[in-house]
Design a protein around this ligand. Structure first.
Ligand code: NAD
Ligand code: 3DD
Length: 480
């Protein structure tokens, strides 16, 4: 393991990573145009930015975009299996960021990487923490909030967090780390909270956690919800998963898709992309849903909407996409066909009851991130990436072009937060979405690469539909 102000799997992979980063830049016009437009002004100069987001080749281009805009960057991944080691190696060797990430981290190593990414080695007048973070799922946001909570309680009555107070393996690790910082720097997290400008959150589940904190008045800082930029969730979540789901299924199992029965749990943005992909591959594709509107959408697209139990014994491939928990329970898996492929593409690993499955079966490893869990009766299910998001665990996630949309939104969000850090535009404790004019700008950055010819409104037409000739072209209530 290479050491230094970074920790990666194999620094000798840096040349390979650099070559793929150069290919990716060509496919990420939004980030390239953002550097063209803002690079000379260095709008992120002076900003310490920590990121907790899958350390892939595409994320490497995001990191180097933020650095070209003046940012001082530290990074970790937001998933133990999603790092592409050659991407991390290139970022580390070329000094683009202090990166702490490798594919196959243990949970303990994951949280240590997060701690390293959020802790500068050269404290300034504000301490050793970041000014802003880019989060994907909310783990870095959680760490700051739990750390400050523990410090305040310790100062109030000497209470120290008790890792034994939770059964959640990850939260035990978080509390254990905070117990350590209480000894080494009992004001670490308060200093971060004091200096902190805000977070830009990448994904649906992370945004859900932010709104929960906003509602309970416990959100310490400003937040921009990047996920609900139209050019993020209606592209990354939908078309990204449409591309990377079959990619991961094929890399992991090489199973013949055509003719098989697929079940997609959830028909939101991710579920839609997944269902479209399975249908396109020739699968008989079923959907489960709780929401009558999404269920109606699925039906109108020709997908039978069923209860899990109705098809559990006949489906060949199951994909959870709900952002919810306990979608596939151990009794479902016990009733499945032998060698049914069970997978999750949602952010966290609680969509499939992995602990219960492990307790009820014997695990046989097929290859990294592909395991067969065999029940006492001899039949078994093939689970991908130990129930973690399989498109990044078993493949390389979404391609560069669609991630360029997401990450251009991230870059614009970071610029906004830093530019407005001394104004009242964004209030602490509140979650915001970028304005439509920026959303439309992100889309426009990507049209040239696809040979799009955009029609221009005449003045008369603009007046007739009551929109500015140059946009925004839709009201905020418009659903794309
Ligand atoms: P979404 O809210 O648009 O869709 C989730 C859908 O699941 C909703 O329609 C909801 O009604 C449905 N649902 C909830 N509980 C259910 C249940 N018990 N049974 C059936 N359906 C249920 O969210 P999204 O944007 O599609 O994201 C889904 C998840 O995927 C989130 O965790 C998100 O963070 C993650 N995500 C992953 C990737 C990736 O590359 N792996 C990319 C984007 C988002
Ligand atoms: N995600 C999918 N593919 C990715 C890639 N190639 N690099 C980085 C992150 C990637 C996850 C995103 O879709 C994230 O925006 C999410 O989970 O919503």
């Amino acid at each position: 393991m290479a050491e230094g102000d970074y920790r990666v799997a194999d620094i000798s992979l840096a040349d390979f990573g650099r070559r793929e980063i150069e290919l990716a830049e060509y496919e990420m016009p939004g980030l390239m145009k953002t550097v063209e437009e803002f690079g000379k002004d260095k709008p992120l100069a002076g900003a310490r930015i920590a990121g907790s987001l899958h350390m892939t080749i595409q994320t490497a281009v995001l990191i180097e975009t933020l650095k070209k805009l003046g940012g001082d960057i530290r990074w970790c991944s937001c998933n133990i299996f999603s790092t592409q080691d050659h991407a991390a190696a290139a970022i580390a060797r070329d000094g683009s960021a202090a990166v702490f990430a490798w594919k196959g981290e243990t949970l303990e190593e994951y949280w240590e990487c997060t701690m390293n990414a959020i802790t500068w080695t050269t404290p300034d007048e504000g301490g050793d923490g970041p000014d802003m973070i880019i989060d994907d799922g909310g783990d870095m946001t959680l760490l700051i909030h739990e750390g400050k909570k523990a410090e305040d309680l310790f100062e109030k009555d000497g209470t120290v967090p008790d890792p034994a107070s939770t059964d959640n393996a990850e939260f035990k690790l978080v509390l254990t780390m905070i117990c350590r910082t209480l000894k080494t720097d009992p004001k670490k997290w308060n200093k971060i909270a004091d200096r902190f400008i805000g977070v830009s959150e990448e994904t649906t589940t992370g945004v859900h956690r932010l709104y929960q904190m906003q509602e309970s008045n416990s959100l310490l800082f400003r937040a921009i919800n990047v996920n609900d930029s139209v050019t993020k969730s209606k592209f990354d979540n939908l078309y990204g998963c449409k591309h990377s789901l079959p990619d991961a299924l094929c890399r992991a199992t090489d199973v013949m898709l055509a003719g098989k029965k697929a079940l997609i749990c959830g028909y939101g943005d991710v579920g839609k992309g997944c269902a479209f992909a399975m249908k396109a591959a020739g699968c008989i594709t079923y959907v489960t849903e709780i929401d009558p509107i999404c269920a109606l959408q699925a039906s109108m697209e020709g997908f039978p909407v069923v209860k899990f139990e109705t098809v559990q014994s006949v489906v060949d491939i199951i994909v959870t996409t709900t952002g919810n928990k306990d979608i596939i329970r151990v009794e479902h898996m016990a009733a499945m066909k032998n060698n049914a492929i069970v997978s999750n593409i949602g952010h966290f690993d609680n969509e499939i009851q992995m602990e219960q499955l492990e307790a009820a079966t014997t695990r046989f490893n097929i290859k990294p991130q592909v395991d067969k869990y065999v029940f006492p009766d001899g039949h078994g299910v093939i689970v991908l990436a130990e129930g973690r998001l399989m498109n990044l665990g078993c493949a390389t996630g979404h391609p560069s072009f669609v991630m360029s949309n997401s990450f251009t939104n991230q870059t614009l969000a970071q610029i906004e937060l830093w530019k407005e850090r001394k104004t009242e535009k964004y209030q602490k404790g509140q979650v915001y979405v970028l304005p439509k004019v920026l959303d439309e700008r992100v889309a426009s950055y990507h049209l040239g690469a696809l040979g799009v010819e955009l029609t221009e409104l005449t003045d008369d037409q603009a007046g007739y539909i009551s929109v500015p000739k140059v946009g925004p072209f839709k009201p905020d209530t418009y659903r794309y």
